[in-house]
Design a protein around this ligand. Structure first.
Ligand code: HSE
Length: 307
């Protein structure tokens, strides 16, 4: 019987311009760790420690403990748990901080109790935790955090994995100016023009077709954001300047990651990705905006045990 497991979970980019609340991918970096310890207090889930971020350690409100408790309960509360969180994906970053916590927690419980649930089966339990942070129950971060790769979250039914683009190098710029998902949703219109909705659906379909044919260039070309980005870009520090700079240094596409403030920029080789990374870091530094910049591939692996 395992007493302790350690889990890694990836950051994720949701929406990806074409699939608002319906598309996401797992990043190879950054990611974060969680340790789950078994205790004798059946059904009790406590947070032992949180490193790297100021987060609520009350287990009734913490994303990780809520997700862990939901799964533990469905497995009959055979034990209790103490969680240690090592946050390297900052809350409010737009790269799936709460989804990573929720995914790590359910993968950890599954592993600790040898429950044998598939990543797909873990999604509802992770969502019980994640929705507590985001205020909405959409799986566009949680599903790729659990499954890895590129994932479509249809309005009904299970998530659909699509072939990840192996030639994509993503540059993710995270300005350290937290944005709450609820605030980023509040700026969105309730209604959109039929013409825009139709064009957006066509771009999403084109993107998926390009992924299936392994054409990273065509997939990047399809990443038009007609419905969401134009309303949210005002929330992102220097969005227009960053976009211009990324494109002039080799980006083929890009936009807002999830609800921001992070943005993602698609390069088709690592030397372009390096040029974009240096240009964006330098620009943010000159404008005194603290930030992190990551160069990442789409990770084929979701949250998993590293014990
Ligand atoms: N899709 C969500 C949004 C963010 O853009 O508001 C991530 O779940």
């Amino acid at each position: 019987m395992k007493q302790r497991v350690e889990v890694w979970a990836p950051a994720t980019v949701a929406n990806m311009n074409v699939g608002f609340d319906a598309l996401g991918c797992a990043l190879s970096t950054p990611g974060e760790r969680m340790i789950l310890n078994r205790t004798a207090h059946q059904g009790e889930v406590l947070i032992r420690s949180i490193h790297g971020a100021e987060l609520d350690a009350n287990s009734e409100r913490n994303v990780a403990s809520i997700a862990a408790k939901s799964l533990l309960q469905s497995l009959g509360d055979p034990c209790g748990l103490e969680l240690e969180l090592f946050k390297s994906i900052l809350p409010g970053s737009g790269i799936g901080s709460s989804a990573a916590s929720a995914a790590a927690a359910v993968v950890g419980v599954n592993e600790l109790l040898n429950a044998g649930l598939s990543p797909e089966e873990l999604i509802p339990f992770a969502l019980d935790g994640e929705s507590n942070a985001s205020g909405a129950r959409h799986a566009d971060n949680v599903a790729p955090a659990l499954l890895g790769g590129l994932v479509i979250c249809p309005p009904e039914g299970p998530p659909i994995a699509i072939p990840p683009l192996e030639d994509w190098c993503l540059v993710v710029l995270h300005p350290h100016v937290p944005i709450k998902t609820s605030d980023a949703r509040a700026v969105l219109p309730e209604h959109v023009a039929l013409q825009d909705a139709a064009a957006q659906a066509a771009w999403f379909a084109t993107f998926v077709a390009a992924c299936h044919s392994g054409n990273g260039k065509a997939a990047a070309h399809a990443l038009e954001d007609l419905l969401v980005g134009p309303h949210r870009s005002i929330l992102i520090p220097y969005y227009d300047e960053v976009r211009k700079l990324a494109f002039s240094h080799g980006a083929r596409a890009g936009g807002i990651s999830g609800s921001g403030p992070s943005t993602f920029w698609v390069a088709l080789d690592s030397s372009d990705a390096g040029r974009i990374e240096r240009a964006l870091s330098g620009f943010m530094q000159r404008n005194s905006v603290p930030c992190s910049v990551h160069i990442s591939a789409i990770s084929g692996r979701g949250a998993h045990s590293i014990s």
